[in-house]
Design a binder for this molecule. Structure first.
Ligand SMILES: Cc1cc2nc3c(=O)[nH]c(=O)nc-3n(C[C@H](O)[C@H](O)[C@H](O)COP(=O)(O)OP(=O)(O)OC[C@H]3O[C@@H](n4cnc5c(N)ncnc54)[C@H](O)[C@@H]3O)c2cc1C
Length: 76
């Protein structure tokens, strides 16, 4: 069985996901291909994880200067 598409988008990051959605909403039959993490760099490795780590570090700092101890666990 052969399936045909109007467009094939490579990568589901900040660029590919909204592009494929817009094309699908315009009536195109679109295939979105992702080799690693759905959502791309921003959600999985970039903005979101780094801002989360920064916010966690800030909370750890603020609690430590008020005399509380934040225990660290290893992350695997
Ligand atoms: C640590 C870090 C922090 C960042 N912080 C910020 C920030 O604070 N603010 C900001 O604006 N930007 C930030 N960025 C940049 C932001 O993440 C990128 O600008 C954005 O993700 C680019 O979107 P994109 O769709 O072009 O690429 P990506 O999000 O990288 O998506 C590309 C996708 O294509 C896939 N792909 C590639 N080749 C293939 C293939 N051959 N077949 C199938 N899939 C493939 C990849 O796996 C990936 O998922 C940060 C980046 C990093 C690394």
């Amino acid at each position: 069985m052969t399936t045909t598409y109007d467009a094939l988008i490579i990568g589901s990051g900040q660029a590919g996901t909204p592009l494929s959605l817009a094309m699908a909403e315009a009536g195109w039959k679109v295939a979105l291909i992702e080799r690693e993490h759905v959502g791309g760099t921003c959600i999985n490795e970039g903005y979101t994880p780094t801002k989360t780590m920064g916010a966690s570090a800030r909370v750890a700092y603020l609690t430590s200067i008020r005399g509380f101890q934040v225990k660290q666990r290893s992350i695997s």
